[in-house]
Ligand binder design. Structure first.
Ligand code: GDP
Ligand code: GDP
Length: 446
């Protein structure tokens, strides 16, 4: 029998969006469950090469907070009853609500395998809710954004593990891309001040094979994306320069067009900040870098117009130390000199992009993390505010993209920032995670 997965949760958390993501183009059929007037959607999803049945218990009616209409409750229970796996979805931006807790009790009581899914995690607003989700007692949440197609690889891995299935060999994942492609392209945004050379760089990378893909949902129509292949790897470049070429370069345009840049950054996995070597790193560049790290993106700095730089060594040294100071939250960001115009350094840049993406996706096994934690605590014992030594007992990595760690601690609020910084830096060094933002969070727990 084909295993069956039920997507469960209160209305509006994104169940249908997730259902559509997982079923892709395989048309969903709608069927009536006997005794229920509401429809539910059933479809097929390919998870790691396994075709599975998937049911969306679309909560089509409004539930007032705290009270769940009987019909919805019955429908959810019926779906759980026949499921081999429950995907329990919450909206991480809302945090855990009373209705979530009610649904969670039903799921727990059923004894079915469950994967807790924290949806709408594409921005920082979701952070708190993500951690609240731990207290539902349904295990570690998986952070995803059904709408933006993020985290679906993690979800697939956890769902397969819960079903006791292995991904089939040679299975290539395109869950985060647009189902038609064999390989999910790596999404790269090229951002920087006007005249840094963004369009020149994109043209140089794309070369003769420029293929402009259609507008991406959520991006403005003017933001162009171009697909290239490098070393057998599909890369999709997002170029916001098109917009600015149209705008007159006035003082206003010279000011960072925040919304375009933010949008491009959100869509990207790796952000390339392009700098004009003749101007060096300016305040605006650091603002863009801050945005990218706040959004948790992998990050590479390309220093353009290297052809006109005379004292190359001196300039590079200056830039590197400025980056180290200005971007101390992400030590080890690659700084790659290039000349977009004379097409120099492009290979090194692409290599740095792919490497940053790999680090961004890296998962450290829990036992290695805890071995590291033991050593780090031994090297520098945690402080003892008001005479009681802080205890940090356990660390785990709930998600990648960016690497996110949670440590459980007796009094998280009492841990000084400097000690947290020590732990983060030590972890970064121990597991070789340069140039990507790392989230290291403390939760209460012994
Ligand atoms: P359902 O009632 O649980 O099936 O929820 P829907 O799939 O209909 O989604 C409810 C709303 O949340 C819709 O407006 C979706 O566009 C939105 N939504 C779904 N997933 C995401 C997400 O990952 N991020 C954000 N920001 N919105 C989402
Ligand atoms: P954008 O506004 O960031 O898209 O910048 P453009 O690609 O339009 O480039 C701005 C100017 O810088 C143009 O005059 C380019 O010819 C010039 N430029 C771009 N790359 C290089 C480079 O590698 N070397 C030199 N010397 N000039 C460059």
């Amino acid at each position: 029998m084909t295993p069956k997965i039920a997507i469960v949760g209160r209305p509006n958390v994104g169940k249908s969006t997730l259902f559509n993501r997982l079923t892709g183009t395989r048309a969903a059929l709608v069927s009536d469950l006997p005794g229920l007037t509401r429809d539910r959607k059933e479809g097929e999803a390919d998870l790691g090469g396994h075709m599975l049945n998937i049911v969306d218990t679309a909560g089509l009616e409004e539930a007032t907070e705290g009270s769940i209409p009987d019909r919805m409750r019955r429908q959810t229970e019926a779906a759980i009853e026949t499921a081999d796996l429950v995907l329990f979805v919450i909206d991480a931006r809302d945090g855990v609500t009373a209705t979530d807790e009610t649904f969670a009790r039903t799921v727990r009581a059923s004894g079915r395998p469950v994967v807790l899914v924290a949806n709408k995690c594409e921005g920082r607003r979701a952070d708190e809710g993500f951690y609240e989700a731990f207290r539902l007692g349904l295990g570690e949440p998986v952070a995803i954004s059904a709408e933006h197609g993020l985290g679906l690889i993690d979800l697939e891995r956890d769902a397969l593990a819960a079903l006791g299935l292995e991904p089939k060999p040679h299975h290539r994942d395109d869950k985060d891309g647009d189902g038609a492609e064999k390989e999910r392209p790596l999404r790269v945004a090229i951002v920087g001040r006007p005249n840094a050379g963004k369009s020149t760089l994109v043209n140089a990378l794309v070369g003769e094979d420029r293929m402009i893909t259609g507008p991406e949902p959520g991006l403005t129509r003017d933001t162009v994306s171009s697909d290239i292949t490098w070393s057998g790897r599909a890369i999709r470049l997002f170029d916001t320069a098109g917009l600015r070429r149209k705008a007159k370069v006035t003082d206003l345009a010279e000011k960072l067009s925040t919304s375009d840049t933010v949008r491009a950054i959100r869509f990207a996995e790796v952000v390339v900040l392009l700098i004009d070597a003749e101007r060096g790193i300016e305040h605006q560049d650091l603002t863009i870098a801050d945005l990218a790290t706040e959004e948790g993106r992998a990050f590479v700095i390309a220093v353009n117009k290297w052809d006109v730089v005379e004292d190359k060594q001196q300039i590079l040294k200056g830039l590197t130390s400025k980056v180290a100071d200005g971007l101390s939250q992400v030590p080890g960001v690659a700084v790659v000199p290039i000349s977009a115009m004379s097409e120099k350094g492009l290979d090194k840049l692409l290599k740095a992009i792919v490497r940053a993406a790999e680090i961004w996706n890296r998962r450290v096994p829990t036992h290695e993390l805890n071995r590291w934690l033991g050593e780090a605590l031994a090297r520098h014992a945690p402080p003892a505010p008001s005479g009681r030594r802080l205890k940090i007992r356990y660390v785990t990595q709930p998600s990648t993209r960016p690497p996110t760690f949670v440590a459980f601690c007796s009094r998280p609020e009492a841990v000084p920032k400097t000690y947290l910084k020590y732990l983060t830096n030590s972890l970064r060094t121990a597991f070789g995670l340069p140039g990507v933002p790392i989230r290291f969070n403390l939760r209460k727990g012994d």
